[in-house]
Design a protein around this ligand. Structure first.
Ligand SMILES: Nc1nc2c(ncn2[C@@H]2O[C@H](COP(=O)(O)OP(=O)(O)O)[C@@H](O)[C@H]2O)c(=O)[nH]1
Ligand SMILES: [Mg+2]
Length: 230
């Protein structure tokens, strides 16, 4: 599952690098789903031309889009979901490592902070912010996480069925972590490589870093999101 917002520069190469044949050899039946947040460039056209399924999300933000992609996933018989940003920062080939580890866990997170960081892949501000937010997450919620804000995750169907989320924007990964901690969903980590982004960043370091910290604190006080109470 690829969340997109105006990613025409990177999307084609990201899709081309998804290791479809290797996945088929591992007995997966992969399909590629793009969830788009209202791109005004040729992102959706590229996705459709390359035979991907596309979901045009309601509302704005990566979190809103991912929650809709999770709902869509639950209408299928699929057994696992891999999400990664569509901006060229993650290596699609490495999803094999995530999926191998998924056989023992409910969730596997690609760990950029103990992996291979490319030149200029992360600004010093983002590097420090990622470490601080990861530390804050563990201090508040007690469950090990190596790279809270990674955008490369693999989930079992069980995990998707049990996550309780209401994030709209870039707090979604922090809330996926807190939900794993609260709902007893197991997590493991695989070191991954991280490269410089193609195209323009949508995340604002200070504003979105603040919302991520706020989400970690809110979930410590109110563990279940209002919308998710059944
Ligand atoms: N569906 C959807 N995807 C989004 C939205 N905003 C950003 N994205 C995608 O989410 C991913 C992460 O965004 P990015 O700007 O790279 O943020 P960063 O990697 O956290 O710095 C990229 O693939 C974006 O195209 C949105 O509103 N909806
Ligand atoms: Mg990115």
């Amino acid at each position: 599952m690829l969340p997109t917002l105006n990613e025409e520069e990177a999307l084609e190469s990201v899709i081309a690098r998804i290791p479809v044949s290797a996945l088929k050899k591992m007995n997966w039946k992969p399909r590629i789903v793009v969830v788009d947040g209202g791109s005004e460039d040729s992102t959706i056209e590229i996705a459709n031309n390359l035979g991907c399924e596309s979901i045009v999300q309601w509302g704005k933000g990566k979190g809103a889009g991912m929650r809709q992609a999770f709902e869509h996933f639950l209408t299928t018989d699929d057994q696992a979901l891999v999400m990664l940003d569509a901006d060229g920062t993650y290596s699609p080939e490495e999803m094999i490592d995530l999926l191998i580890n998924l056989s023992n866990e409910n969730v596997v997170i690609g760990d950029r902070l103990h992996g291979k960081m490319g030149v200029d892949a992360m600004t010093p501000l983002n590097w420090a912010g990622n470490h601080m937010l990861t530390w804050l997450a563990v201090a508040l919620h007690g469950k090990t996480v190596n790279d809270l804000c990674s955008g490369y995750w693999a989930f079992s169907r069980f995990a998707i069925e049990n996550l309780k989320l209401n994030s709209m924007r870039f707090e979604i990964e922090a809330e996926m972590y807190t939900s794993c901690a609260l709902q007893g969903i197991t997590i493991s980590h695989v070191p991954i490589s991280y490269s410089k982004r193609i195209g323009e960043a949508k995340l604002g370091s200070i504003k979105d870093g603040g919302s991520i910290a706020r989400k970690l604190i809110i979930r410590r006080i109110f563990p279940i999101p209002h919308e998710a109470i059944e």
